[in-house]
Design a binder for this molecule. Structure first.
Ligand code: ADP
Ligand code: C5P
Ligand code: MG
Length: 201
């Protein structure tokens, strides 16, 4: 659909609560990326009047399961087209996607190849603490300990292999996400700046 010379896609991955959303918000301010969180797009679709996927999405999210890729890829595609056509944007942070190998292969086949994956590495102990804290105000149906355990399971079994796949292609830039937001972001900036030096997008 898009030419990777023209449309610059960075996948932002990491366990639940590793700071993908937080760091993406910093990046968009400094580098003019569009931030598309797959989870946010799914939650919007779940709430949308008339959506045929309401129950499917809600069940998957509560159980920490992966929503079938067709749904998520269509949402991402639409959001990218809109940003390109209406705002002339070319740089995208695709946050929380791909979470499963089929999503990775299909997206890169049909939409556009990614430049690299920004991977936030963080221990489960830290993630649990952050998610339970976020759950005090997020209103998310999956920020509770039962769902969190299921999300960790899915991350290890289904999502981590995607990171390994891109590591095998030397396309992972790993950042230690255990530290303060500012310290993490200092490393993120280095990664983004190094990558942007080599692109026209
Ligand atoms: P993700 O999008 O990866 O699930 P978020 O960006 O939503 O993660 O962060 C999860 C929670 O942890 C949020 O409440 C956020 O404010 C907090 N948080 C994010 N990064 C850090 C950090 N480096 N140190 C402490 N708390 C953080
Ligand atoms: O990234 P986030 O934590 O917001 O994702 C919330 C949930 O949305 C995931 O646990 C999963 O159920 C669903 N999701 C998905 N496929 C993605 C991203 C999120 O099924 N690529
Ligand atoms: Mg998030």
């Amino acid at each position: 659909m898009f030419d990777p010379q023209e449309v610059f896609v960075v996948f932002v991955l990491g366990g639940p609560g590793s700071g993908k959303g937080t760091q993406s918000e910093y990046i968009i301010k400094d580098y003019g990326f569009v931030h598309l969180s797959a989870g946010d797009l799914l939650r919007e679709e779940q709430k949308r009047e008339g959506s045929q996927y309401k129950e499917l999405i809600q069940d998957c999210i509560r159980e920490g399961k992966i929503v079938p890729m067709e749904v998520t890829i269509a949402l991402l595609e639409n959001a990218m087209k809109e940003a390109i056509d209406k705002e002339g944007k070319k740089r995208f942070l695709i946050d929380g996607f791909p979470r499963k190998m089929d999503q990775a292969l299909k997206f890169e086949e049909v939409v556009v190849e990614s430049q690299f994956t920004l991977y936030f590495e963080c221990s489960e102990d830290t993630l649990v603490t952050r998610l339970l804290k976020r759950g005090e105000s997020s209103g998310r149906i999956d920020d509770n300990i039962e769902s969190i355990k299921k999300r960790f399971q899915t991350f290890k079994e289904t999502s981590f292999p995607v990171i390994e796949y891109y590591e095998g292609k030397d396309k992972v830039r790993k950042v230690n996400a255990e530290r303060d937001i500012e310290k993490v972001y200092a490393d993120v900036k280095k990664v983004i700046e190094a990558a942007l030096e080599q692109t026209k997008a």
